[in-house]
Design a protein around this ligand. Sequence first.
Ligand SMILES: [Mn+2]
Length: 327
Amino acid sequence: MNEKPNLGALFGAAADTRTFLGLAACPDLDALSAPIALIGAPCATPYASVGAYCRHAPDALRRATASLTANIDRHDFDNAGPVFPVPDLRAVDCGNLPFDEADPAGNRDAIRGAVAKVLQRGAVPVLLGGDDSIPIPMIEALGAAGDGYKYTILQIDAHIDWREIHMGERLGLSSTMRRASEMPHVERIIQVGARGIGSAATTDYEDAVAWGVRFVTAYDLHRTGVDAVLGLIPEGSRIVLCIDADALDPALVPGVIGRAPGGLSYYQVVDLIRGAARRGSIAAMDFVEFMPERDVDDIGAFTLARLITTALGVLARQAAERTTIPA
Ligand SMILES: [Mn+2]
């Protein structure tokens, strides 16, 4: 036998990986009726030195789910039931947003516009980046919805992303949390997983602390567990989950540009997502900074796709609770 048998063949999965987990495609956001919308955002505001280096991530993550597409209704032990327990409350995959590496303002407009439509339809946007500049227009769109809601950001990342400006760019991936802190609808930022050396200077960290950011470093998380983080989220919060793939240990997700030892485990991030959903409601979510070209035998793609699958299960349960509890 020359070819390696794969799990997908064993499970009867088709080779079609146009959508994540084989979910229904929803290319027209005006027709969105699902409670959860996956959107690929390959690029927002890239630095000229590296370009849109995560542009292939959304499709790589879809491919990583190939073996599961025929098994989406089976028992998922990480969700204690099927990923989507209510057939009418599944996520849909809205494909990838168009982008132009030379038109970051246009890319940001496309992201803001897409997120705004998803919110109008009463759904939760889940963005698959792209680099970590993608959340800036996503978070802006939450404020532009005009509903007056305030948000708690839970950022899970090896890096704090608090630079005022980097390489002449204020809206790049090193400035995401500082830009978020300047938005009036962001009332709280909790940052988990910081470690090693990133782009931030000590003064950037001090600025963040002065603003009110609560940091739980990777070291602190390993020492104290996720409950110390969840206790920082007030009950009833509207939560934006910003997940950078490099928060996970590079042994689990090698496909990142900024590998840093001492990272989080899969279950630590799962517990953070689940725990956040228990404290409040998740309003939007992004998974950024995965770089398939740096991955090792698709291990990172598989781990991150699994994490996204678990997160979709959490959001599906949140949607089910909303529809069964009378307003
Ligand atoms: Mn980041």
